[in-house]
Design a protein around this ligand. Structure first.
Ligand code: ADP
Ligand code: ADP
Length: 232
């Protein structure tokens, strides 16, 4: 089954001459798959992430997330779906500086109405899961870059999303830390999580099972990765 499908998705910006940021994208993201997206600056990677993540709506075409057609939803319904089904991981982590690791991880559950006990227990479990059980009461400025990214990944998992969207998740990290984050994505994918990652780095993209190459808002080609790289 598909976690997300895009059918003839177009996004046009009108600012002077129209810009076709997405120009007819057809793409099916299977549940349990690991997809990397590459393409030059301006090819539509950010726009694609924004529409798949229900942060933005396409100008034309349809998107379904876990079987629900997003394009016909109201803003409130779309926000709700985003909270339930999308886990975001950003290059800059986007953690709340005044909250502890556990509170950051619990935040998406709070927005979706989970009770205190459930939030506390699940936040602890998820921090254990990413190897940060000992750091649950630390604030982001007391953690390294790699630890912050692991908190962000735990937060992305909080509501058991249909898909994890990662935008240059290792862009700010040194190579050893990058390796550990890629190992964590591998484990999560082995456990059945669906991962959709944007990267500039070919070596990062080769950890995925396929690479979607974007050019001028179109899928230029989909490259299957015969034997995805594994972190040793
Ligand atoms: P990257 O290539 O690193 O993903 P960009 O510099 O292309 O990032 O874009 C950063 C953000 O600015 C994106 O969220 C994008 O939607 C927005 N953006 C990009 N180009 C324009 C533009 N011409 N006008 C307004 N916003 C833009
Ligand atoms: P990428 O992430 O691959 O760099 P983007 O999705 O940011 O590409 O941008 C694709 C195209 O859409 C670019 O030409 C960019 O300038 C344009 N664009 C992106 N966001 C906006 C915006 N908010 N307003 C106007 N143009 C935009």
């Amino acid at each position: 089954t598909a976690a997300v499908t895009l059918t003839d998705v177009r996004k046009t910006y009108h600012r002077g001459e129209p810009v076709h940021a997405l120009d007819g994208i057809d793409l099916s993201i299977e549940t349990g798959s690991y997809t990397a997206v590459m393409g030059p600056s301006g090819s539509g990677k950010s726009t694609l992430m924004n529409v798949v993540g229900c942060l933005d709506t396409p100008t034309e075409g349809t998107i379904t997330v876990n079987g629900t057609e997003v394009t016909t939803l109201s803003d409130a319904e779309r926000t709700r779906l985003r909270g339930d089904e999308i886990g975001f991981v950003f290059q800059t982590f986007n953690l709340m500086p005044k909250l502890t690791a556990a509170e950051n991880v619990a935040l998406p559950m709070l927005f979706q109405g989970a009770g205190t006990k459930r939030r506390t227990e699940r936040a602890s479990d998820l921090l254990e899961r990413v190897g940060l059980g000992e750091r649950r009461d630390h604030r982001p400025n007391e953690l390294s870059g790699g630890q912050r990214q692991r908190v962000a990944i735990a937060r992305a998992l909080a509501n058991d999303p249909a898909i994890i969207l990662a935008d240059e998740p290792t862009g700010n990290l040194d190579s050893e830390t990058e390796r550990r984050i890629l190992a964590l994505f591998e484990e999560l994918n082995d456990e059945g999580n669906t991962i959709f990652l944007v990267t500039h780095e070919r070596t990062v993209a080769e950890h995925a099972d396929r690479i979607v190459h974007l050019l001028d808002g179109e899928v230029e080609r989909i490259e299957p990765v015969e034997s995805p790289r594994r972190v040793e």
